[in-house]
Design a protein around this ligand. Structure first.
Ligand SMILES: [Zn+2]
Ligand SMILES: [Zn+2]
Ligand SMILES: [Zn+2]
Length: 248
């Protein structure tokens, strides 16, 4: 899908494209500056997107002392997990696998994921991630920034995420699709169905997968995230506070 998607800024709720959002986040007016007495910690700002489908993207901040396992779990939870497949990061020519395989006769044996990000990442670098070595979903991770921020409990904080692209039903070309019929999809007959056209659709029910906001949509048995909503909610509390201020 070659559509450009937009997302909302965590701090001010304004809507921008991914590249503009990366610039905006650096000087968003609602993002609180560090105060002298706040506990500090260093974070990597990562822009993550589908290698073959850039409509799906995430901008997150992750603590430098988090291990690759933390990033792996986060990506699985928000975008990828279907049936516990293997995954792997590829950073500077080295593979870091969820389950490293010993004794492979090609290349060096892979590392595990118990490596802290600060020992591997530098601002400006890009690396790859693969989930499932069969029906692979491949991501590119761009280390966009490395900055000091207020220390938070959570290792990963979402700063922005693409809004669901809204895919049109292949049958009626009118309403938004909610399901994909994999039989029609792989048979080259579209396959995206809205609620109404789904009711009239003849294919087997087990061929249906839900439309979801992820680069793994329609792959293997992927049915969307159990822990994250389809759409990212910004911290609108900030905005409400500003609006509620009495006029002088
Ligand atoms: Zn903002
Ligand atoms: Zn699967
Ligand atoms: Zn329809």
């Amino acid at each position: 899908m070659a559509v450009q998607t937009k997302g909302k800024c965590k701090y001010c709720g304004k809507t921008y494209s991914k590249s503009y959002m990366l610039r905006h986040l650096a000087d968003c007016k609602e993002r609180k500056p560090l105060t002298a007495d706040s506990k500090k910690c260093k974070y990597y700002e990562l822009a993550i997107y589908g290698r073959y489908d850039k409509a799906y993207w995430l901008i997150v901040e992750i603590r430098e002392d988090a291990a690759l396992t933390v990033l792996d779990s986060f990506l699985r939870e928000i975008w990828l997990e279907c049936c516990g497949h293997l995954s792997s990061f590829h950073i500077n020519g080295v593979s870091y696998d969820s389950v490293p395989v010993e004794g492979l006769f090609w290349g060096d044996p892979a590392e595990n994921m118990n490596h802290k990000l600060k020992t591997l990442l530098q601002k400006g670098m890009k690396f790859n991630y693969m989930y499932d070595f069969g029906s692979t979903t491949e991501l590119i991770i761009d280390v966009h920034d490395y900055r000091e921020g207020e220390k938070r409990k959570e290792a990963v904080t979402i700063l922005s995420r693409n809004m669901p692209p809204g895919i049109l039903c292949d049958q009626c070309q009118e309403r938004e699709a909610v399901m994909i019929c994999m039989e029609c999809y792989w048979g080259g007959e579209g396959g995206f169905l809205c609620k109404a056209c789904l009711k009239k659709h003849d294919c087997e029910e087990e061929m249906m997968l839900p439309v979801c906001n992820s680069p793994r949509m329609g792959v293997c048995a992927y049915e969307g995230s159990d822990s994250y909503p389809e759409e990212f909610e910004p911290d609108i509390k900030n905005i409400k506070k500003v609006l509620a201020k009495p006029q002088k």
